[in-house]
Design a protein around this ligand. Structure first.
Ligand code: FAD
Length: 466
């Protein structure tokens, strides 16, 4: 069945445009000069790729072209000399209302999708911590949410993808059709081609609200015990106080969630109004210092007095608390910030997390945002980040000594058999990447098979030796 909203079915038609501007990811680091190609029509993608291939100089390394969505990846994965901006490709194609299966263009954002489908009683099967990412970006990073332990990654709910290859030809891939290409594209950071559209299975909901239970824990050991005790909760995430040490190291607020039912929130399928709060320019970076961050962490931890508290909360503040302030990334100042997100296998659990967290707390670099989640089983994609275990994500303001400090953390992550998330990365070394992503060679072989290595490259792929 086609969606009734006509405007959603129409593709805007205009030609790709090219000029040069400075581009960066969400962390505002690094910044490069790039020629953005704005795609308005699906055919523009093939034209832009063919034009790039015909005009590229025969030099090594090859010049870089990469697709970008809403540039919510923190580092340099969506940065290249030429960038194909896909967010204007935001039309829906078909919707099967009996199965909740939607086929849409890759530039549709999760926010746009929720605005259309929440009132109809459908929700995303997996969602990251912002709704301002595109379907293409969510597939390319194979994003995870607070339900990874039960429902896996975003790609595990994708039925098929239409991918435009380095030749300009489009093909459909899925777990059963061009399987290798599907496994390489999901989590493949745009390096196999440009995702044109995708078919996604949504989940039914009775309410736009989430029934949230918050557990206050005293330390990291208790946090992990609580995760274990609530492994059947649909959603779980812990905010960690990353400045308190000693016996309270890793004290947290563990937030569990379930979709509310009709009984608890009858007929409430409303979406949230857009945020009016904005950070209009880069803040002086001195605003974020050990004192202000400590004050925030202490206040946040004590926002609830009880050991266990419950409330019903709309999905927007539950899943996307940071979206309530537009351009919040400017709080970190002109030099920007990076998010360090690593995963450790379950066996490394408490010991590994304690060692790494202690290093971070002692450095006094900890930030407002430190989030711990549990991952379930790893999927078959070659470069997807999650493995069964624990993942911690922490923001760090960029300063001249930060990267040497993060190199030290890298060694610890490697020692425990973990890895870093490519969607957040802006600085990992080639050696670290190749040691921690064991399927990178298979990934590269598939890229070569489809000629993608001679066409789709980003600042990140060049740094990682892909
Ligand atoms: C506040 C915040 C919270 C976040 N929370 C989470 C989280 O909980 N879990 C999680 O997994 N991630 C999280 N992220 C990261 C985010 O989900 C990913 O970086 C996502 O890929 C961004 O999508 P985008 O549309 O902005 O893509 P971009 O950032 O523009 O691009 C990201 C990658 O996707 C590729 N790409 C984009 N569009 C296409 C396309 N059409 N075809 C081929 N490749 C394409 C790019 O080449 C690039 O490699 C968060 C980010 C922010 C800012």
């Amino acid at each position: 069945m086609s969606l009734s909203n006509e405007s959603l079915n129409k593709e805007p038609s205009s030609k790709p445009s090219a000029n040069t501007s400075r581009l960066n990811g969400w962390g505002n680091y690094p910044t490069i000069k790039s020629s953005p190609l704005t795609i308005r029509h699906t055919q523009d993608i093939s034209t832009a790729i063919k034009t790039f291939q015909q005009n590229k100089p025969k030099i090594l390394p090859p010049p870089s072209l990469i697709a970008s969505g809403l540039r919510r990846s923190y580092g340099d994965s969506a940065l290249a000399e030429q960038t194909l901006h896909t967010q204007t490709l935001n039309h829906f194609l078909t919707f099967d209302a009996t199965q909740g299966v939607v086929h849409c263009a890759a530039g549709v954002s999760l926010a746009e999708l929720l605005n259309v489908f929440v009132p109809k009683g459908w929700f995303l099967p997996v969602t990251p911590g912002t709704q301002f990412v595109t379907i293409g970006g969510a597939i390319a990073s194979d994003v995870h949410g607070k339900n990874h332990h039960l429902d896996g990654c975003f790609s595990q709910h994708i039925l098929n993808i239409t991918l435009c290859l380095a030749s300009g030809e489009s093909i459909i891939c899925s777990l059963t059709e061009h399987r290798e290409l599907f496994l390489a594209t999901c989590g493949g950071m745009g390096l196999t081609g440009v995702i044109v559209s995708a078919t996604l299975k949504l989940i039914p909901i009775e309410s736009a609200f989430i029934q949230e239970t918050t557990w206050k824990t005293e330390n990291l050991a208790e946090t992990l015990e609580q995760f274990e005790a609530h492994q059947n909760a649909t959603y779980s995430v812990a905010w960690i106080d990353c400045l308190t040490t000693g016996k309270h190291l890793g004290r947290s607020l563990l937030m569990l969630g379930e979709h509310a039912t009709e009984q608890t929130h009858a007929n409430n399928l409303k979406t949230a109004p857009p945020s009016k709060l904005n950070v209009p320019f880069n803040m002086p970076s001195a605003l974020l210092n050990a004192f202000t961050v400590k004050a925030f962490n202490t206040l946040y931890y004590h926002k609830t007095r009880q050991k266990e508290s419950q409330r019903a909360v709309h999905y927007a503040p539950y899943f996307y608390p940071l979206d309530s302030i537009q351009n919040w990334n400017r709080l970190y100042g002109k030099k920007g910030f990076t998010q360090y997100q690593f995963v450790l296998p379950k066996a490394a659990g408490l010991e590994g997390l304690t060692k790494i967290l202690t290093e971070i707390v002692n450095s006094k670099r900890g930030s407002f945002l430190a989030v711990l989640k549990v991952f379930g089983a790893e999927n078959a994609n070659y470069l997807s980040f999650p493995m069964e275990g624990y993942t911690l994500a922490i923001d760090f303001k960029i300063d001249p000594t930060l990267f040497a400090f993060l190199d030290k953390l890298d060694e610890m992550v490697l020692h425990y058999g973990g890895r870093l998330y490519l969607a957040k990365d802006a600085r990992m070394s080639e050696a670290m990447f190749k040691q921690s992503y064991p399927n990178w060679e298979t990934f590269q072989t598939i890229r070569q098979q489809y000629g993608a290595d001679q066409c789709f490259n980003s600042l990140q792929s060049q740094r990682l030796g892909l």
